[in-house]
Design a binder for this molecule. Structure first.
Ligand SMILES: [Fe+2]
Ligand SMILES: [Fe+2]
Length: 550
Protein backbone atom coordinates (compact mmCIF):
# COMPACT_ATOMS: atom_id res chain seq x y z
CA UNK A 1 0.00 0.00 0.00
CA UNK A 2 1.27 3.39 -0.89
CA UNK A 3 1.75 5.77 2.00
CA UNK A 4 1.42 9.41 1.08
CA UNK A 5 3.78 11.99 2.46
CA UNK A 6 1.81 14.58 4.37
CA UNK A 7 4.05 15.55 7.22
CA UNK A 8 7.70 16.38 7.66
CA UNK A 9 10.12 15.10 4.99
CA UNK A 10 11.97 12.11 6.38
CA UNK A 11 15.43 13.64 6.15
CA UNK A 12 14.28 16.71 8.03
CA UNK A 13 12.36 14.78 10.65
CA UNK A 14 15.37 12.66 11.51
CA UNK A 15 17.19 15.75 12.76
CA UNK A 16 14.31 17.46 14.53
CA UNK A 17 13.24 17.45 18.15
CA UNK A 18 9.51 17.25 18.87
CA UNK A 19 9.43 20.99 19.46
CA UNK A 20 11.07 21.62 16.13
CA UNK A 21 8.69 19.21 14.40
CA UNK A 22 5.76 21.05 15.95
CA UNK A 23 7.07 24.43 14.88
CA UNK A 24 7.83 23.23 11.37
CA UNK A 25 4.40 21.71 10.94
CA UNK A 26 2.69 24.79 12.31
CA UNK A 27 4.61 26.90 9.83
CA UNK A 28 3.66 24.64 6.91
CA UNK A 29 0.07 24.00 7.73
CA UNK A 30 -2.19 24.52 4.75
CA UNK A 31 -5.05 22.71 6.42
CA UNK A 32 -5.85 21.17 9.78
CA UNK A 33 -6.85 17.66 9.07
CA UNK A 34 -6.09 14.38 7.47
CA UNK A 35 -8.75 13.33 5.03
CA UNK A 36 -9.43 9.65 5.15
CA UNK A 37 -11.21 8.67 1.97
CA UNK A 38 -13.39 5.86 3.13
CA UNK A 39 -14.56 5.18 -0.39
CA UNK A 40 -11.13 3.93 -1.41
CA UNK A 41 -11.02 1.04 1.04
CA UNK A 42 -9.34 -1.88 1.19
CA UNK A 43 -7.05 -0.57 3.73
CA UNK A 44 -8.10 2.99 3.22
CA UNK A 45 -6.11 5.12 0.85
CA UNK A 46 -5.04 8.48 2.06
CA UNK A 47 -5.13 11.25 -0.42
CA UNK A 48 -2.01 13.28 -0.57
CA UNK A 49 -2.46 16.95 -0.11
CA UNK A 50 -4.01 18.21 3.04
CA UNK A 51 -1.61 18.17 5.89
CA UNK A 52 -2.88 17.55 9.36
CA UNK A 53 -2.08 19.60 12.26
CA UNK A 54 -2.96 22.73 13.73
CA UNK A 55 -5.36 23.65 16.43
CA UNK A 56 -5.16 26.24 19.09
CA UNK A 57 -2.13 25.04 21.00
CA UNK A 58 0.06 27.55 19.27
CA UNK A 59 3.04 29.37 20.63
CA UNK A 60 2.15 32.57 22.40
CA UNK A 61 -1.34 31.64 23.43
CA UNK A 62 -1.04 28.00 24.34
CA UNK A 63 1.40 25.69 26.04
CA UNK A 64 5.08 26.54 25.96
CA UNK A 65 7.01 24.52 23.43
CA UNK A 66 9.61 22.15 24.74
CA UNK A 67 13.22 22.92 23.99
CA UNK A 68 14.83 19.56 24.55
CA UNK A 69 16.69 17.99 21.66
CA UNK A 70 16.98 14.59 23.26
CA UNK A 71 14.95 11.83 21.73
CA UNK A 72 14.91 8.32 23.12
CA UNK A 73 15.27 5.23 21.00
CA UNK A 74 11.73 4.88 19.73
CA UNK A 75 11.63 1.14 20.33
CA UNK A 76 11.95 1.73 24.06
CA UNK A 77 9.06 4.21 24.32
CA UNK A 78 5.51 2.90 24.51
CA UNK A 79 2.57 5.21 23.71
CA UNK A 80 -0.15 5.39 26.34
CA UNK A 81 -3.32 7.31 27.24
CA UNK A 82 -5.12 6.88 23.92
CA UNK A 83 -8.39 8.80 23.95
CA UNK A 84 -10.98 9.48 21.27
CA UNK A 85 -13.25 12.37 20.46
CA UNK A 86 -15.78 13.22 17.81
CA UNK A 87 -15.27 16.19 15.55
CA UNK A 88 -18.21 18.50 14.90
CA UNK A 89 -19.63 15.84 12.57
CA UNK A 90 -19.45 12.46 14.37
CA UNK A 91 -20.47 10.67 11.18
CA UNK A 92 -17.24 11.54 9.44
CA UNK A 93 -14.83 13.11 11.94
CA UNK A 94 -12.86 11.28 14.61
CA UNK A 95 -9.96 12.70 16.61
CA UNK A 96 -7.38 10.41 18.20
CA UNK A 97 -5.12 11.64 20.99
CA UNK A 98 -2.42 9.90 23.02
CA UNK A 99 0.74 10.55 24.97
CA UNK A 100 4.37 9.46 25.03
CA UNK A 101 6.51 9.73 28.15
CA UNK A 102 9.55 11.11 26.31
CA UNK A 103 10.09 12.77 22.93
CA UNK A 104 9.81 10.49 19.91
CA UNK A 105 10.31 11.03 16.20
CA UNK A 106 7.61 10.91 13.57
CA UNK A 107 4.59 9.83 15.64
CA UNK A 108 1.76 8.37 13.56
CA UNK A 109 -1.39 6.33 13.45
CA UNK A 110 -2.45 3.57 11.10
CA UNK A 111 -6.18 3.06 10.58
CA UNK A 112 -8.54 1.00 8.45
CA UNK A 113 -11.65 -1.13 8.39
CA UNK A 114 -9.64 -4.35 8.40
CA UNK A 115 -7.31 -4.79 11.41
CA UNK A 116 -4.93 -6.88 9.32
CA UNK A 117 -4.66 -4.27 6.59
CA UNK A 118 -4.29 -0.82 8.11
CA UNK A 119 -3.32 2.33 6.25
CA UNK A 120 0.10 3.83 5.85
CA UNK A 121 1.44 6.13 8.52
CA UNK A 122 -0.65 9.22 9.12
CA UNK A 123 1.59 11.75 10.85
CA UNK A 124 0.49 13.09 14.22
CA UNK A 125 0.44 16.62 15.51
CA UNK A 126 2.71 17.22 18.48
CA UNK A 127 1.38 19.37 21.30
CA UNK A 128 4.12 19.50 23.91
CA UNK A 129 3.24 21.03 27.24
CA UNK A 130 5.95 22.58 29.41
CA UNK A 131 4.99 23.32 33.02
CA UNK A 132 7.03 25.24 35.58
CA UNK A 133 5.06 25.25 38.83
CA UNK A 134 6.42 27.58 41.53
CA UNK A 135 7.73 25.55 44.45
CA UNK A 136 7.94 22.31 42.46
CA UNK A 137 11.16 20.30 42.28
CA UNK A 138 11.53 21.00 38.57
CA UNK A 139 9.72 21.57 35.30
CA UNK A 140 7.45 18.94 33.77
CA UNK A 141 7.31 18.22 30.04
CA UNK A 142 4.40 16.27 28.62
CA UNK A 143 4.05 15.16 25.02
CA UNK A 144 0.54 14.94 23.63
CA UNK A 145 -0.03 13.63 20.12
CA UNK A 146 -3.12 14.09 17.98
CA UNK A 147 -4.54 13.12 14.62
CA UNK A 148 -7.72 14.63 13.22
CA UNK A 149 -9.46 12.39 10.70
CA UNK A 150 -12.09 13.68 8.32
CA UNK A 151 -13.95 11.95 5.51
CA UNK A 152 -14.73 8.74 7.39
CA UNK A 153 -17.63 6.51 6.50
CA UNK A 154 -20.73 6.80 8.75
CA UNK A 155 -21.75 3.91 11.00
CA UNK A 156 -18.47 2.11 10.44
CA UNK A 157 -15.99 0.44 12.77
CA UNK A 158 -12.39 1.48 12.20
CA UNK A 159 -9.33 -0.17 13.68
CA UNK A 160 -6.35 1.95 14.61
CA UNK A 161 -2.94 1.77 16.21
CA UNK A 162 -0.51 4.48 17.27
CA UNK A 163 3.27 4.47 16.96
CA UNK A 164 6.38 6.43 16.11
CA UNK A 165 9.75 5.89 14.50
CA UNK A 166 11.09 2.63 15.86
CA UNK A 167 7.76 1.55 17.37
CA UNK A 168 5.00 -0.16 15.42
CA UNK A 169 1.67 -0.70 17.21
CA UNK A 170 1.54 -4.37 18.24
CA UNK A 171 -1.55 -6.40 17.33
CA UNK A 172 -2.66 -6.34 20.94
CA UNK A 173 -2.71 -2.54 20.94
CA UNK A 174 -5.05 -2.15 17.96
CA UNK A 175 -8.24 -0.47 19.17
CA UNK A 176 -11.52 0.44 17.51
CA UNK A 177 -13.71 3.46 16.98
CA UNK A 178 -17.20 3.52 15.52
CA UNK A 179 -18.55 6.53 13.61
CA UNK A 180 -22.05 7.89 14.10
CA UNK A 181 -24.87 6.69 11.84
CA UNK A 182 -26.18 8.64 8.91
CA UNK A 183 -28.83 11.11 9.90
CA UNK A 184 -32.44 10.46 9.07
CA UNK A 185 -35.12 8.46 10.76
CA UNK A 186 -34.44 5.23 8.94
CA UNK A 187 -30.72 5.14 9.56
CA UNK A 188 -30.69 5.58 13.32
CA UNK A 189 -30.87 2.51 15.54
CA UNK A 190 -31.37 2.63 19.31
CA UNK A 191 -28.15 3.60 21.08
CA UNK A 192 -26.81 4.41 24.54
CA UNK A 193 -24.55 7.16 25.80
CA UNK A 194 -23.16 7.67 29.29
CA UNK A 195 -22.15 10.62 31.48
CA UNK A 196 -20.56 11.58 34.78
CA UNK A 197 -18.53 14.44 36.17
CA UNK A 198 -15.91 14.94 38.85
CA UNK A 199 -13.89 11.84 38.13
CA UNK A 200 -10.29 12.31 39.27
CA UNK A 201 -7.99 9.37 39.84
CA UNK A 202 -9.22 6.80 42.35
CA UNK A 203 -10.40 3.21 42.68
CA UNK A 204 -13.99 4.53 42.39
CA UNK A 205 -13.12 6.42 39.21
CA UNK A 206 -11.68 3.24 37.72
CA UNK A 207 -14.69 1.20 38.82
CA UNK A 208 -17.03 3.70 37.16
CA UNK A 209 -15.01 3.41 33.94
CA UNK A 210 -15.56 -0.32 34.00
CA UNK A 211 -19.31 -0.09 34.49
CA UNK A 212 -19.53 2.63 31.83
CA UNK A 213 -17.72 0.34 29.37
CA UNK A 214 -20.25 -2.41 30.10
CA UNK A 215 -23.00 -0.14 28.75
CA UNK A 216 -21.26 -0.16 25.34
CA UNK A 217 -21.92 3.58 24.94
CA UNK A 218 -21.69 5.38 21.61
CA UNK A 219 -19.95 8.22 23.47
CA UNK A 220 -19.33 9.43 27.01
CA UNK A 221 -19.92 12.94 28.37
CA UNK A 222 -17.50 14.15 31.05
CA UNK A 223 -19.30 16.87 32.98
CA UNK A 224 -16.23 18.81 34.12
CA UNK A 225 -13.72 18.48 36.99
CA UNK A 226 -11.77 15.94 35.04
CA UNK A 227 -8.42 15.04 36.64
CA UNK A 228 -8.03 17.39 39.64
CA UNK A 229 -4.44 18.34 38.84
CA UNK A 230 -5.62 21.58 40.50
CA UNK A 231 -7.34 20.23 43.63
CA UNK A 232 -8.03 23.77 44.91
CA UNK A 233 -10.34 24.54 41.98
CA UNK A 234 -10.48 28.30 42.42
CA UNK A 235 -8.75 29.31 39.19
CA UNK A 236 -6.08 31.26 41.10
CA UNK A 237 -2.35 31.42 40.27
CA UNK A 238 -0.78 28.08 41.10
CA UNK A 239 2.05 26.68 43.18
CA UNK A 240 3.14 23.24 44.28
CA UNK A 241 2.05 23.84 47.87
CA UNK A 242 -0.87 26.25 47.74
CA UNK A 243 1.07 28.84 49.73
CA UNK A 244 -0.05 32.48 49.83
CA UNK A 245 -3.53 31.90 48.53
CA UNK A 246 -2.49 30.02 45.39
CA UNK A 247 -4.15 26.95 43.90
CA UNK A 248 -2.19 23.73 44.39
CA UNK A 249 -1.17 22.32 41.02
CA UNK A 250 0.56 19.12 39.90
CA UNK A 251 0.45 18.55 36.13
CA UNK A 252 1.60 14.91 36.42
CA UNK A 253 -1.86 13.99 37.77
CA UNK A 254 -2.94 14.18 34.13
CA UNK A 255 -0.59 11.29 33.25
CA UNK A 256 -2.38 9.12 35.82
CA UNK A 257 -5.81 10.31 34.70
CA UNK A 258 -5.31 9.74 30.99
CA UNK A 259 -3.74 6.37 31.73
CA UNK A 260 -6.68 5.45 33.94
CA UNK A 261 -9.33 6.15 31.30
CA UNK A 262 -7.49 4.57 28.36
CA UNK A 263 -9.21 1.21 28.61
CA UNK A 264 -12.55 2.82 27.81
CA UNK A 265 -11.59 6.16 26.18
CA UNK A 266 -9.50 4.39 23.52
CA UNK A 267 -12.78 2.92 22.21
CA UNK A 268 -15.44 5.39 23.34
CA UNK A 269 -15.29 9.09 22.35
CA UNK A 270 -14.67 10.94 25.64
CA UNK A 271 -16.38 14.32 25.23
CA UNK A 272 -15.33 16.69 27.97
CA UNK A 273 -16.67 19.94 29.41
CA UNK A 274 -14.57 22.09 31.72
CA UNK A 275 -15.26 22.53 35.44
CA UNK A 276 -13.76 24.81 38.06
CA UNK A 277 -10.90 22.35 38.66
CA UNK A 278 -10.07 22.51 34.95
CA UNK A 279 -9.15 26.21 35.08
CA UNK A 280 -5.37 25.80 35.35
CA UNK A 281 -3.98 29.29 35.68
CA UNK A 282 -0.51 28.16 34.62
CA UNK A 283 -1.65 27.99 31.00
CA UNK A 284 -3.10 30.72 28.84
CA UNK A 285 -5.62 31.50 27.51
CA UNK A 286 -7.97 31.63 30.49
CA UNK A 287 -6.37 28.61 32.15
CA UNK A 288 -7.32 26.35 29.26
CA UNK A 289 -4.02 25.99 27.38
CA UNK A 290 -3.35 22.64 29.03
CA UNK A 291 -6.80 21.34 28.08
CA UNK A 292 -6.19 22.39 24.49
CA UNK A 293 -2.96 20.38 24.48
CA UNK A 294 -4.61 17.26 25.93
CA UNK A 295 -8.00 17.11 24.26
CA UNK A 296 -9.46 17.42 20.79
CA UNK A 297 -12.46 19.71 20.99
CA UNK A 298 -14.86 19.78 18.00
CA UNK A 299 -14.14 23.48 17.56
CA UNK A 300 -17.55 24.69 16.39
CA UNK A 301 -18.37 26.85 19.41
CA UNK A 302 -17.48 30.48 20.14
CA UNK A 303 -13.82 31.29 19.55
CA UNK A 304 -13.11 32.26 23.16
CA UNK A 305 -14.36 28.96 24.61
CA UNK A 306 -12.46 25.84 23.51
CA UNK A 307 -14.64 23.40 25.48
CA UNK A 308 -17.91 24.79 24.12
CA UNK A 309 -19.17 22.82 21.14
CA UNK A 310 -22.04 20.80 19.76
CA UNK A 311 -22.67 17.70 17.71
CA UNK A 312 -25.58 15.62 16.49
CA UNK A 313 -25.58 11.88 17.06
CA UNK A 314 -28.58 10.08 15.62
CA UNK A 315 -31.69 11.90 16.76
CA UNK A 316 -29.97 13.74 19.64
CA UNK A 317 -28.38 17.18 19.53
CA UNK A 318 -25.69 17.56 22.20
CA UNK A 319 -24.28 20.85 23.48
CA UNK A 320 -21.26 21.31 25.78
CA UNK A 321 -21.07 24.60 27.69
CA UNK A 322 -18.46 26.16 29.99
CA UNK A 323 -20.21 27.30 33.17
CA UNK A 324 -17.03 28.92 34.51
CA UNK A 325 -18.13 31.79 32.26
CA UNK A 326 -21.28 32.37 34.33
CA UNK A 327 -20.30 31.17 37.81
CA UNK A 328 -21.02 33.46 40.74
CA UNK A 329 -19.65 30.87 43.16
CA UNK A 330 -16.14 30.59 41.66
CA UNK A 331 -15.76 33.72 39.53
CA UNK A 332 -12.18 33.37 38.22
CA UNK A 333 -13.45 33.17 34.62
CA UNK A 334 -16.77 34.95 35.15
CA UNK A 335 -17.65 36.79 31.95
CA UNK A 336 -14.54 35.68 30.04
CA UNK A 337 -16.46 34.98 26.82
CA UNK A 338 -17.93 38.51 26.92
CA UNK A 339 -21.37 37.13 26.21
CA UNK A 340 -20.32 35.21 23.11
CA UNK A 341 -21.08 31.85 24.71
CA UNK A 342 -24.71 32.69 25.52
CA UNK A 343 -25.22 34.20 22.06
CA UNK A 344 -23.78 31.07 20.48
CA UNK A 345 -25.99 28.87 22.70
CA UNK A 346 -29.09 30.64 21.50
CA UNK A 347 -28.16 30.26 17.85
CA UNK A 348 -27.22 26.63 18.32
CA UNK A 349 -30.47 25.77 20.11
CA UNK A 350 -32.38 27.48 17.33
CA UNK A 351 -30.43 25.48 14.76
CA UNK A 352 -31.02 22.16 16.52
CA UNK A 353 -34.73 22.76 16.86
CA UNK A 354 -34.91 23.36 13.11
CA UNK A 355 -33.48 19.92 12.34
CA UNK A 356 -36.33 17.60 11.32
CA UNK A 357 -34.48 14.50 12.51
CA UNK A 358 -33.36 15.81 15.92
CA UNK A 359 -35.86 14.74 18.58
CA UNK A 360 -33.95 15.46 21.78
CA UNK A 361 -31.62 18.28 22.82
CA UNK A 362 -29.21 17.44 25.66
CA UNK A 363 -27.03 20.16 27.22
CA UNK A 364 -24.13 19.39 29.54
CA UNK A 365 -21.84 21.56 31.65
CA UNK A 366 -20.31 21.59 35.11
CA UNK A 367 -22.03 23.83 37.67
CA UNK A 368 -25.46 22.71 38.84
CA UNK A 369 -28.58 24.45 37.66
CA UNK A 370 -30.73 22.75 40.28
CA UNK A 371 -29.16 20.81 43.14
CA UNK A 372 -29.60 20.78 46.91
CA UNK A 373 -26.28 19.51 48.30
CA UNK A 374 -24.66 21.07 51.33
CA UNK A 375 -21.50 21.73 49.28
CA UNK A 376 -22.29 23.84 46.19
CA UNK A 377 -26.09 23.67 45.75
CA UNK A 378 -27.28 25.66 42.69
CA UNK A 379 -25.46 28.18 40.49
CA UNK A 380 -27.61 31.26 40.07
CA UNK A 381 -25.45 32.44 37.19
CA UNK A 382 -26.53 29.46 35.13
CA UNK A 383 -30.17 30.10 35.97
CA UNK A 384 -29.94 33.76 35.01
CA UNK A 385 -28.00 33.30 31.77
CA UNK A 386 -29.14 30.00 30.30
CA UNK A 387 -32.37 28.69 31.85
CA UNK A 388 -34.50 31.16 29.82
CA UNK A 389 -32.95 29.67 26.67
CA UNK A 390 -33.42 26.09 27.89
CA UNK A 391 -37.09 26.94 28.48
CA UNK A 392 -37.59 28.78 25.19
CA UNK A 393 -36.06 25.99 23.10
CA UNK A 394 -37.60 23.15 25.08
CA UNK A 395 -34.28 21.54 26.07
CA UNK A 396 -35.07 18.00 27.13
CA UNK A 397 -32.24 17.12 29.49
CA UNK A 398 -29.48 19.06 31.29
CA UNK A 399 -26.53 17.15 32.74
CA UNK A 400 -24.33 18.78 35.39
CA UNK A 401 -21.46 17.73 37.70
CA UNK A 402 -19.83 19.82 40.46
CA UNK A 403 -21.90 18.32 43.27
CA UNK A 404 -20.42 14.90 44.01
CA UNK A 405 -23.68 12.97 44.24
CA UNK A 406 -26.58 11.96 41.97
CA UNK A 407 -29.71 14.10 42.03
CA UNK A 408 -32.69 14.39 39.65
CA UNK A 409 -35.14 17.26 39.49
CA UNK A 410 -38.76 17.05 38.51
CA UNK A 411 -39.33 18.68 35.09
CA UNK A 412 -39.02 22.45 35.44
CA UNK A 413 -40.06 25.48 33.44
CA UNK A 414 -39.20 28.95 34.69
CA UNK A 415 -37.76 27.33 37.78
CA UNK A 416 -41.08 25.76 38.79
CA UNK A 417 -41.82 22.04 38.68
CA UNK A 418 -44.76 21.00 36.52
CA UNK A 419 -45.37 17.67 38.23
CA UNK A 420 -43.69 15.10 40.45
CA UNK A 421 -42.09 12.32 38.40
CA UNK A 422 -41.32 9.25 40.51
CA UNK A 423 -38.66 6.64 39.72
CA UNK A 424 -39.88 4.80 36.62
CA UNK A 425 -42.04 7.76 35.57
CA UNK A 426 -42.47 9.50 32.22
CA UNK A 427 -41.80 13.09 31.17
CA UNK A 428 -43.16 14.85 28.10
CA UNK A 429 -40.53 17.58 27.88
CA UNK A 430 -42.38 19.73 25.38
CA UNK A 431 -45.15 20.39 27.88
CA UNK A 432 -43.68 19.29 31.23
CA UNK A 433 -40.33 21.08 31.06
CA UNK A 434 -36.64 20.26 31.33
CA UNK A 435 -35.22 17.51 33.56
CA UNK A 436 -32.00 18.49 35.38
CA UNK A 437 -29.50 15.92 36.61
CA UNK A 438 -26.49 16.39 38.87
CA UNK A 439 -24.13 13.51 38.13
CA UNK A 440 -20.96 14.32 40.07
CA UNK A 441 -20.24 10.89 41.54
CA UNK A 442 -17.59 10.07 38.94
CA UNK A 443 -14.95 9.06 41.46
CA UNK A 444 -13.29 12.03 43.17
CA UNK A 445 -15.13 12.25 46.52
CA UNK A 446 -18.67 12.48 47.88
CA UNK A 447 -20.78 15.32 49.29
CA UNK A 448 -23.94 15.27 51.41
CA UNK A 449 -27.57 16.39 51.17
CA UNK A 450 -29.61 18.33 53.71
CA UNK A 451 -32.47 15.85 53.08
CA UNK A 452 -32.37 12.02 53.26
CA UNK A 453 -31.25 10.02 50.23
CA UNK A 454 -34.11 8.77 48.06
CA UNK A 455 -33.47 6.25 45.25
CA UNK A 456 -34.72 2.93 43.87
CA UNK A 457 -35.53 0.55 46.68
CA UNK A 458 -34.93 3.33 49.17
CA UNK A 459 -37.59 5.94 48.35
CA UNK A 460 -37.78 8.66 50.93
CA UNK A 461 -39.64 11.60 49.41
CA UNK A 462 -39.09 15.01 50.97
CA UNK A 463 -41.98 17.44 50.63
CA UNK A 464 -39.48 20.27 50.48
CA UNK A 465 -35.75 20.86 50.92
CA UNK A 466 -34.03 23.90 52.40
CA UNK A 467 -31.18 24.87 50.10
CA UNK A 468 -29.68 27.92 48.33
CA UNK A 469 -28.37 29.28 45.07
CA UNK A 470 -25.43 31.55 44.23
CA UNK A 471 -27.32 34.61 43.08
CA UNK A 472 -24.31 36.94 43.04
CA UNK A 473 -20.56 36.75 43.48
CA UNK A 474 -20.18 35.47 47.03
CA UNK A 475 -23.94 35.73 47.60
CA UNK A 476 -25.89 32.65 48.69
CA UNK A 477 -29.66 33.14 48.63
CA UNK A 478 -31.67 30.59 50.65
CA UNK A 479 -34.60 28.84 48.97
CA UNK A 480 -37.08 26.11 49.81
CA UNK A 481 -37.61 23.75 46.87
CA UNK A 482 -39.96 20.91 45.99
CA UNK A 483 -38.25 19.68 42.82
CA UNK A 484 -35.58 17.43 44.38
CA UNK A 485 -37.00 14.04 43.37
CA UNK A 486 -34.09 11.56 43.58
CA UNK A 487 -31.00 11.86 45.78
CA UNK A 488 -28.14 9.37 46.06
CA UNK A 489 -24.92 9.82 48.01
CA UNK A 490 -22.51 7.48 46.25
CA UNK A 491 -20.29 6.95 43.22
CA UNK A 492 -22.45 6.69 40.16
CA UNK A 493 -23.11 7.70 36.54
CA UNK A 494 -25.99 7.84 34.07
CA UNK A 495 -26.62 5.68 31.02
CA UNK A 496 -29.07 7.19 28.55
CA UNK A 497 -30.87 4.83 26.15
CA UNK A 498 -32.23 6.55 23.05
CA UNK A 499 -34.80 5.12 20.70
CA UNK A 500 -35.75 7.03 17.54
CA UNK A 501 -39.36 7.49 16.50
CA UNK A 502 -40.67 4.65 14.33
CA UNK A 503 -43.94 3.88 12.58
CA UNK A 504 -46.08 6.09 14.70
CA UNK A 505 -44.16 5.32 17.86
CA UNK A 506 -42.70 8.32 19.71
CA UNK A 507 -38.99 8.77 20.30
CA UNK A 508 -37.86 7.92 23.82
CA UNK A 509 -34.85 8.86 25.91
CA UNK A 510 -34.54 6.76 29.04
CA UNK A 511 -32.18 7.92 31.77
CA UNK A 512 -30.83 5.21 34.04
CA UNK A 513 -28.76 6.25 37.01
CA UNK A 514 -26.34 3.46 37.90
CA UNK A 515 -24.12 2.98 40.96
CA UNK A 516 -20.49 1.94 40.54
CA UNK A 517 -21.66 -1.50 41.67
CA UNK A 518 -23.93 -1.67 38.62
CA UNK A 519 -27.13 -1.33 40.69
CA UNK A 520 -29.88 0.84 39.17
CA UNK A 521 -30.71 3.91 41.27
CA UNK A 522 -33.20 5.80 39.13
CA UNK A 523 -35.04 5.58 35.84
CA UNK A 524 -37.08 8.14 33.97
CA UNK A 525 -38.26 8.16 30.35
CA UNK A 526 -38.56 11.31 28.25
CA UNK A 527 -40.99 11.00 25.35
CA UNK A 528 -41.27 13.08 22.19
CA UNK A 529 -43.56 12.58 19.24
CA UNK A 530 -41.61 13.02 16.02
CA UNK A 531 -42.38 16.30 14.32
CA UNK A 532 -44.08 17.79 17.34
CA UNK A 533 -42.12 20.54 19.02
CA UNK A 534 -43.55 23.90 19.96
CA UNK A 535 -40.46 25.71 18.73
CA UNK A 536 -38.47 25.41 15.52
CA UNK A 537 -39.50 24.89 11.96
CA UNK A 538 -41.40 21.64 12.20
CA UNK A 539 -44.39 23.03 10.46
CA UNK A 540 -44.15 26.20 12.49
CA UNK A 541 -41.76 28.71 10.96
CA UNK A 542 -41.44 27.23 7.51
CA UNK A 543 -37.71 27.88 7.52
CA UNK A 544 -35.65 25.45 5.53
CA UNK A 545 -33.87 23.02 7.79
CA UNK A 546 -30.16 22.62 7.21
CA UNK A 547 -30.37 18.87 7.43
CA UNK A 548 -26.79 18.08 6.56
CA UNK A 549 -25.01 20.68 8.60
CA UNK A 550 -23.22 19.40 11.65
FE1 LIG B 1 -15.85 18.37 41.53
FE1 LIG C 1 -16.59 21.48 40.52
Amino acid sequence: MKTPRMGIPDRLAERMSMAEQHEWLMSQRPSRRSVFRAGALGAGTLLAGPSLLGSAASAGTGPTLVTTNSTADGASVAPFARHLAFGADPRRQIRIGWQVPTPVRRPFIRIGTDPSDLSGRIPAEVRPLHSEVPGAAGPVDQYYLHVELDGLRPDTTYYYGVGHKGYEPPAGAISTVHTAPQRGRWDVQPFTFTAFGDQGVSPHALANDGVVAQQNPAFHLLLGDIAYADPSGQGRPVSATGANGTDIFNPTIWDSYLGQIEAVASRVPWMVATGNHDMEALYSPDGYGGQIARWDFPGNGPKACPSVYSFIYGNVGVISLDANDVSNEIPANLGYSKGSQTSWLKSRLKFLRRQPDVDFVVVFFHHCTYSTTNAHASEGGVRAEWVPLFDAYRVDLVLNGHNHIYERSDPLRGGSPSKAVPIGGTVHPDTDGTTYLSVGGGGRSLYSFPAPDSYAGHVNDAASVNTYSWTGVGVKTPEVVTWSRVRYTGYSFVAVDVTPARLGQPATLTVRAVAESGAELDRVTLVRTAGLCTVGSRGVSGAKADFDAA
